[in-house]
Design a protein around this ligand. Structure first.
Ligand SMILES: [Zn+2]
Length: 1029
């Protein structure tokens, strides 16, 4: 599944008032609101009453059970909670800040909740979540007919007819096949399916058949055993709801030229293919699929295989006689069910053919007319070619379709040959899209195309190895995007976007290892939980480290032989290690004596966390220790068979000169080369290619600070960002003094590069949270104002007084930082600039003069500095906006005002679904709480409305814990702690926010301690850094 960067404003505080929404990777295929409410709602088509006749397919008369009124009401009730709308195409910060299975922690980062225990209600095979090993599918024949109009009961439905041919591999008198929320037509004898044998034998008759709801099976007990080695055919006819629940076969709606339109589309991963048709829905149950779609005249049908010309057919249904089109598709390759896709729409497309592969980009007609598909089309061919060379395996399919959907839950989904995307992840509009929107499109396309081989051609056996599939794609997406956009230096950004980000989570005692036991992952919700930051970002980080110490050529060679050996089959993660070992041996790569890829990587994969390497340059002594952000949490860390020791590759330099790769294989070691004399210095983890932090003896830190202040260019730019991030985190974990960490920001006065600035601003967020209501704030602002002056001037120069866009991709990002910090620290020239632009826009709302790159920051700055007129204008633009990303930018910026009455009004709006979509409510409140003026208002507001908010948002939604964490993240006084405790005592149940309340109390206590220890010296240091008149 595709990762996604989105604008998120509420996750942590930042510079006062102007909090820059940060790009954040989201993982959830099935996050939060949707899954919780749908699964919790438990509406099934089995709750049916009415019966209607219908004809489906070549003369087969089927009795289709229609859906009852009771059921419609339940759906309506559920939809109220789910509420995906036409404009649901943007990622909702409510969802994204939660990272699926994650909740906010004291550090404002995320931590995964532990996996649910596996309950097995009984020993009956149909009460187990895994299929028995008795049957293997060979091929399926499937016809689906989605209705794009509501039926008499007010429901959208689809009907289907399918057979699967399977082989019996172990004697059994039981057939289990996955099925969820499907309602079956009964065959003669009253059974839900028909079984026939394909060979010269007779199939046993079905004794009984039923739907096992909890484990999602269609169960058939037979009067006799199936014969090993024989092929059987199982026929079914069924009906399902084409709901707007974003899972299985579902509908997406949008408006075009005043007309409501419906798209029927799919999202199968991980376990929703069974919601579209009965199937052996496990990744190792690969089969060939023959697919046919029936669809309205005037629409087109797409699937994994190439479509044949549609044929008009006449169908009989409850709706009467209908003329429809029948489109059948070339049979698929042998593939997993979770990679299937079926789509009916009236979309248009652009196309080209590169290396005999037909590449098509599908989207709403208007988006295609507006040429929003051009960018995706232009980069897909080169990226496919890049991966063909990287894998040394041809693209396995004759076509590559990519389609943008108005309602889509994940960022994108790598369906084989028909990749689905959120609109914002595929469509690029030069007028409205920022450079980060563009980067996201390039990286997501690369990510999904990488899966066409790694994941689709060769598939992991079971979901417990999901981290390898997603970690791999999350690593090579940077290589693919770099190939398409070589000027961006995008490969470096993995350090900020993945390594540093996941460090924050993986440094907690509550983290978890990359790899899970197969037995521990059984239920759909346990599978969904695996789509988290650890799987994606840590997976990417450790594979990047592996590729670095093997060399990229050796790594890709091992990947290539692995793909060739297991094409159309399944693997476990150690199969890849075996092939990498072979590649390492044949390329003569030397690994530390006694170790191979398997034994090195086990340390990184099977135990959670990562080490901090401490280098003492006085004696050449170096050592490793499990890095924990809170040293007091060490007793809570579970035991590890490797005792939290790692085999650590260390790339390092001495006084600017790169040294040869060194390995730390034990807890401590000595290397005389690391000893220095006089002004020599040591810097380790070059380019942050290793997944660890580095600490030094204080004299070496001093020498590194000296280099930053005098000749910063002798330290690679990634390592300048690393020194800042390591220092701040080492200080939080009490390895070094807080002032030493702050001193790493002094040289920023002359720094022009994005990565070090971004690293510093991310880390200073915490200082702003703790101090923006105290006297420290003024000193901190004065310091940062001095630091940013030169950067602001630099961008003024290179943009010709703000009239041009900087040419460099990273420069465009850092321009945003420069404006954000300059305006928030009160540089008049900056404030006049942003106010002026905004004023210009207010004077002519049809012409927005603000470049898309700068909009979030400029809107926020202008609304913050302005009053009612600026706010009302922003509010009107928000309501008028038809582009989801634009609306999100405004919704965020409206929380930047300093007027308490406007903030209170906005809080009221947040709970009014006619003003703020329900799914955006909690993130809007969190945005307001991120504003120092809005913080107490939001806290009062949620306490005052607690009952209502709890009833509406508390059920099972992770966004609810996000709300609690977001509103209380600034808490750092005894008074606030007491308020929190009173609040907890007053309401005994916080639903999905129970953990968040507890975490908020713990975080507040930790913040009180941190402030007590650091406030005085931090104030004195800032004071000392600001020149006195
Ligand atoms: Zn993926």
């Amino acid at each position: 599944m595709g990762e996604l960067f989105v604008l998120v404003g509420g996750e942590s505080a930042s510079l006062p008032v102007y909090k820059k929404p940060r790009r954040k990777r989201i993982f959830p295929f099935c996050p939060v609101v949707v899954c919780m409410s749908v699964m919790g709602g438990g509406f099934y088509i089995s709750k049916v009453v009415g019966v209607a006749g219908i004809v489906l397919g070549a003369g087969a008369v089927a009795t289709i059970i229609a859906l009852a009124v009771v059921y419609s009401e339940e759906v309506a009730k559920n939809n109220e909670v789910i509420s995906p709308t036409n404009e649901g195409s943007t990622v909702k910060p409510t969802l994204t800040t939660t990272e699926g299975s994650s909740v906010s922690t004291p550090e404002g980062s995320s931590v995964s909740t532990p996996l649910l225990p596996t309950a097995q209600p009984s020993n009956e095979p149909w009460d187990k979540y895994r299929l028995p090993d008795t049957l293997k599918p060979d091929h399926y024949n499937l016809t689906l007919w989605p209705r794009l109009k509501v039926n008499e009961q007010g429901l959208y439905i689809f009907t289907g007819e399918t057979y699967v041919v399977f082989q019996c591999v172990k004697e059994t008198d039981l057939i289990l096949i996955h099925s969820n929320k499907l309602n079956y037509t009964k065959w003669e004898g009253g059974q839900l399916a028909k079984l026939t044998a394909l060979g010269n034998i007779t199939a046993p008759t079905i004794k009984s058949s039923w739907l096992q709801e909890t484990t999602q099976y269609l169960v058939m007990q037979l009067n006799g055993n199936l014969t090993v080695g024989e092929l059987y055919q199982l026929d079914t006819k069924f009906v399902g709801e084409l709901a707007n629940d974003l899972g299985g076969f579902y509908r997406s709606e949008y408006e075009e030229d005043g007309i409501e339109k419906v798209v029927a589309t799919t999202q199968m991963q991980p376990t929703d293919a069974r919601k579209a048709f009965p199937c052996f829905d496990e990744p190792a149950m690969k089969a060939v699929f023959h697919i046919t779609l029936l669809h309205p005249v005037g629409t087109i049908a797409l699937s994994n295989g190439m479509e044949r010309d549609p044929v008009p057919v006449t169908m009989e249904g409850p709706e009467g006689t209908v003329e429809v089109l029948k489109t059948s598709f070339s049979e698929t390759k042998r593939m997993s069910t979770y990679l299937l896709a079926f789509i009916v729409s009236d979309y248009d497309y652009v196309n080209e053919t590169t290396n005999d592969v037909l590449i098509r980009i599908y989207a709403r007609k208007k988006a295609i007319t507006d040429k929003q598909g051009e960018y995706a089309l232009n980069i897909t061919g080169p990226i496919l070619k890049f991966f063909e060379e990287y894998y040394n395996v041809s693209y396995p399919l004759p076509k590559s379709d990519q389609i943008a959907l108005p309602d889509f839950n994940a960022g994108a989904m790598e369906n084989w040959g028909l990749i689905t995307y959120r609109e914002t992840a595929l469509l690029y509009d030069p007028e409205m899209s920022s450079n980060s929107n563009k980067e996201r499109i390039a990286t997501i396309i690369a990510h999904e195309l990488a899966h066409m081989w790694f994941g689709n051609l060769v598939t992991l056996n079971w979901w417990n190895d999901l981290w390898l599939n997603e970690g791999f794609a999350s690593y090579v997406e940077y290589l693919g995007a770099n190939d398409a956009e070589p000027d961006w230096n995008i490969k470096d950004l993995i350090v900020l976007n993945d390594v540093h980000r996941v460090f924050a989570i993986d440094a907690l005692a509550s983290s978890h290892p990359l790899s899970s036991e197969e037995q521990a992952i059984q239920k759909p919700e346990q599978i969904s939980e695996l789509f988290d930051a650890i799987s994606y970002s840590k997976g990417a980080s450790v594979l990047r480290m592996l590729s670095d110490f093997l060399s990229e050529a050796t790594f890709s060679k091992g990947v290539s032989t692995y793909l060739k050996a297991f094409s159309y089959n399944n693997t476990v993660y150690s199969d890849l290690w075996d092939h990498l070992d072979l590649a390492a041996n044949s390329s003569g790569v030397s690994l530390p004596t006694g170790f191979n890829v398997n034994s090195i990587m086990n340390r990184w994969v099977l135990q959670m966390g990562f080490p901090v390497i401490t280098i003492d340059t006085a004696n050449g002594h170096f050592s490793q220790e499990h890095f924990l952000l809170d040293p007091a949490s060490r007793p809570d860390v579970p035991e590890s068979e490797f005792k939290y020791e790692w085999i650590v590759p260390i790339r390092w330099m001495k006084t600017g000169k790169e040294q040869s790769l060194t390995w730390l294989k034990t807890r401590t070691a000595n290397m005389t080369d690391m000893k220095v004399i006089e002004n020599e210095w040591v810097l380790a983890n070059l380019n942050v290619s290793g997944y660890y932090r580095v600490n030094y003896d204080v004299p070496n830190w001093e020498r590194l600070l000296n280099v930053l202040n005098t000749t910063p260019e002798s330290i690679p730019v990634i390592n300048r960002a690393q020194l800042i991030d390591d220092a701040f985190n080492l200080a939080r974990a009490k390895y070094i003094d807080t002032i030493l960490a702050l001193r790493t920001t002094k040289y920023l006065k002359t720094e022009k590069e994005y990565m070090p600035w971004e690293s510093a601003l991310n880390n200073l967020d915490f200082f702003y949270l703790m101090f923006d209501r105290s006297e420290v704030f003024g000193y901190m602002q004065a310091y940062l104002k001095i630091q940013v002056e030169e950067l602001f001037g630099h961008f003024k120069n290179i943009t010709d007084n703000w009239t041009k866009v900087p040419s460099g991709h990273m420069d465009q990002y850092n321009q945003v930082n420069a404006i954000r910090v300059a305006c928030s620290t009160g540089i008049d020239e900056c404030l006049n600039l942003t106010k002026g632009w905004y004023k210009q826009w207010m004077n002519d709302p049809t012409k927005n003069p603000i470049h898309p790159n700068l909009r979030t920051t400029v809107y926020c700055s202008a609304i913050s500095a302005g009053g009612e007129a600026e706010w009302e204008f922003g509010w009107n633009q928000f309501n008028a906006s038809t582009i989801a990303t634009e609306a999100d930018k405004l919704r965020y910026a409206l929380a930047c005002t300093k007027q308490p009455w406007l903030l209170n009004k906005y809080l009221e709006y947040s709970l009014n679904p006619t003003k703020i979509r329900k799914q955006d409510a909690t993130s809007t409140i969190v945005y307001i709480a991120s504003n120092v003026v809005g913080q107490p208002l939001a806290w009062d507001f949620i306490r005052d409305r607690w009952q209502y908010i709890f009833e509406q948002y508390g059920g099972g939604s992770f966004s609810f814990s996000n709300l609690i964490n977001g509103v209380t993240k600034r808490f750092s006084t005894e008074f606030e702690l007491q308020q929190l405790k009173d609040f907890q005592a007053e309401h005994n149940d916080f639903g999905s926010g129970n953990l968040a309340i507890q975490q908020s109390i713990e975080r507040t206590s930790a913040n009180i301690r941190w402030v007590a220890e650091n406030k005085k010296k931090v104030l004195e240091w800032f004071d000392g850094e600001v020149p006195k008149p």
